[in-house]
Design a protein around this ligand. Structure first.
Ligand code: GLN
Length: 388
């Protein structure tokens, strides 16, 4: 057989998705890959049932159905104050996974440098390899996951084409403050770099934290490519509805990449999801309350068990510190946790550039009964996992 491509040789499959398969294999409560086990809003499901009888079964416009983009633009302006042209500045993609890849392909040439904060959502590593970019990692330092502005400026001195910013952040739950975002924006302007954001957890925040949109900061609209999705906000991760928002010149490039990668997101699902994009403020308030309740329930449970953990400001992930068990490999620990305790988690090392082995990530986007079952199982962790 001829040799396969170098570009696909240098990364593994997703550890997050692999842990879902391992959890299923052991019948574990799967708190690894972040997706809800509760239903999406009934209004959206109701509309989905209706659209099957409507004329929406062929391709939509490649960069997204007109009514979807218009509803999306209105929602974005409502929450961020950013005025967005639905025809020129939005591309509807197959999840924010495609949005991020299309953004990277549109702004970087092979060999360009891209700053990535560590810990980071594992897709960004593969995205840099697939687009041929060279990552420069800048640490978010536990326990607060702050960055050192001088270290960040050193990274910018290497003239990166872009910085990737996940805010609110997966996996560490950090919500970047306006001051921190201003530092990043100032450096992006000073060194003439793009900011590619991943803001899929924009509505999953815990008081008193608030979300600041990078593109809303002075002078940043033209150098920010915002990647986002409906997956987390409307509990529809399987629908694969994401989008990019950027100025017309950047969007023209993203449209081309998107067109040849996927042609478009599923037309009937776009039609059904318009219902969600038109929800009033109370939906988002309720979502925040629901997740605050789940976070508190889960943190209290972990405290009762005595497992040290991070406290997220946003998003729905917690990293627990597993150093007491003495494992050299968190991958091995995560497998033992799924097998012997019956809880699926993601090894922390899949998010860190640093040699970090002391965390596993759990998520709490689950029904209370699922979380309680996971906590019951975790309460036996010290009996079921042998210390090394
Ligand atoms: N963002 C989710 C996580 O980190 C899952 C994303 C995915 O698998 N596409 O677990």
């Amino acid at each position: 057989m001829p040799e396969l491509s170098d570009r696909t040789a240098n990364f593994t499959d997703s550890v997050i998705r692999r842990m879902t398969r391992i959890s299923n294999q052991y019948g574990a409560v799967n708190l690894s890959q972040g997706f809800p086990d509760f239903e999406p809003p009934q209004e959206i499901l109701q509309r989905l049932a209706e659209v099957s009888k409507e004329d929406v079964h062929q391709y939509s416009i490649t960069w997204g159905a007109q009514n979807f983009r218009e509803a999306l633009a209105a929602k974005i302006t409502h929450f961020s104050g950013i005025s967005v042209d639905p025809n020129k500045e939005l591309v509807v993609t197959c999840g924010s996974t495609e949005a991020m890849m299309a953004a990277m392909m549109s702004v970087t040439n092979p060999g360009d440098k891209v700053i990535v904060f560590s810990p980071f959502y594992e897709n960004y590593g593969a995205d840099t390899i697939l687009s041929g970019a060279d990552p420069i990692y800048v640490s978010l330092v536990p326990p607060k996951f702050n960055f050192d502005p001088n270290v960040l400026e050193d990274a910018f001195r290497q003239k990166p084409k872009a910085i990737i910013l996940c805010n609110p952040s997966n996996p560490c739950g950090k919500v970047f403050t306006r001051d921190e975002l201003n530092i990043i924006a100032g450096l992006a302007k000073k060194y003439d770099s793009f900011v590619i954001t991943d803001e899929v957890y924009e509505h999953i925040l815990y008081k008193p934290n608030v979300h600041t949109y990078m593109a809303s900061l002075p002078g940043m609209k033209d150098r920010t490519i915002t990647c986002n999705s409906l997956s987390k906000t409307y509990s529809i991760t399987g629908w694969r509805l994401g989008y990019t928002m950027a100025n017309e010149e950047i969007t023209d490039r993203i449209k081309k990449v998107h067109d040849f990668l996927t042609v478009g997101a599923a037309a009937p699902l776009q039609e059904a999801a318009v219902t969600g994009l038109k929800f009033g403020d109370s939906y988002y308030k309720d979502l925040q309350e629901k997740y605050t309740h789940k976070r508190d329930l889960f943190l209290r449970g972990l405290d009762d068990i005595g497992l040290p953990h991070t406290v997220p400001e946003g998003a729905y992930y917690i990293m627990i510190d597993i150093s007491e068990f003495g494992y050299a490999s968190d991958l091995e620990f995560a497998e033992v946790l799924a097998r012997d305790v019956g809880v699926g988690a993601v090894p922390g090392s899949s998010f860190f550039r640093e040699d970090e082995n002391r965390y596993v990530r759990l998520h709490f986007a689950k029904k209370d009964e699922t979380l309680n079952e996971a906590l019951d199982r975790l309460s036996l962790i010290r009996r079921k996992i042998k210390y090394r």
